[in-house]
Unconditional design. Structure first.
Length: 238
């Protein structure tokens, strides 16, 4: 660990820990271990078959996020992205379809590589992706190599936002108001995107989201919305 000593009170511990090496379970001499690369390619192929769309226009398969950088934690996923060209006339339809397929695949499967959860995603090649490191699985090379750099993080700012949204999520979970739950979920997605666009991976907003996700609150909120939708669509026996 480097850059700053994290304390038990540092809420950012749940979202990011600074290391001086890449995750040794995945990397050796800053290159992805061959056995890991082959397994990720196998997972990507399985996901492509699951999507089952002819002419997918696949351009690359990448990994990104904390496990492609120096900021991994025990909660960090392995973000596996299919990079595809999406034509503008099919953009709305395909993005919704890809999101639905991604959600279904991640929900149905519990795939781990070296004990790390693999999260699959379809990314439009035109989409700007914020990540400290991006590695091409197909070409076996760095697209954007992570840097060992000093980052100042204000734990108090993150803690305030985490407490604020923890309260909002808790209120939503205690309520059967699906509009309230969706509003909180959409608000979290919006502030995270805004933070990434403005300040990148270490923005207060993105770290807040990662803390909440690491504590399981994001998944609980999503599942609560699914449960409320199921209840609304069900017809009770007389």
């Amino acid at each position: 660990m480097y850059l700053r000593e994290l304390t038990k009170e540092a809420v950012v511990d749940d979202a990011v820990i600074f290391h001086d090496t890449l995750n040794p379970a995945l990397w050796k001499n800053d290159q992805l271990k061959p056995v890991v690369r082959l397994k990720l390619l196998e997972i990507a192929k399985h996901f492509i078959n699951f999507i089952d769309i002819p002419n997918l226009n696949l351009k690359d398969v990448t990994i990104s996020g904390s496990n492609a950088a120096y900021t991994y934690t025990p909660h960090s996923d392995l973000d596996l992205h299919l990079i595809v060209d999406i034509s503008s006339d099919k953009e709305y339809y395909l993005k919704n379809l890809f999101d639905a397929k991604k959600n279904q695949y991640n929900f149905n499967h519990n795939i781990k590589v070296k004990g790390i959860d693999v999260e699959v995603y379809v990314q439009d090649s035109k989409q700007v992706h914020h990540s400290a490191g991006i590695y091409s699985i197909l070409d076996n090379r760095w697209i954007s190599e992570p840097k060992l750099e000093r980052v100042n993080i204000n734990d108090d700012d993150v803690k305030d936002k985490v407490n604020n949204y923890t309260n909002k999520i808790t209120q939503a979970l205690r309520s059967k108001n699906i509009d309230l739950a969706k509003k909180v979920k959409d608000e979290l997605a919006k502030i995270r995107k805004s933070g990434l666009d403005k300040s990148g991976e270490f923005s207060v907003e993105n770290l807040t989201f990662k803390v909440l996700r690491g504590r399981g609150l994001i998944d609980k909120l999503r599942q609560h919305i699914y449960n409320l939708e199921d209840e609304a669509l069900s017809l009770k026996e007389l």
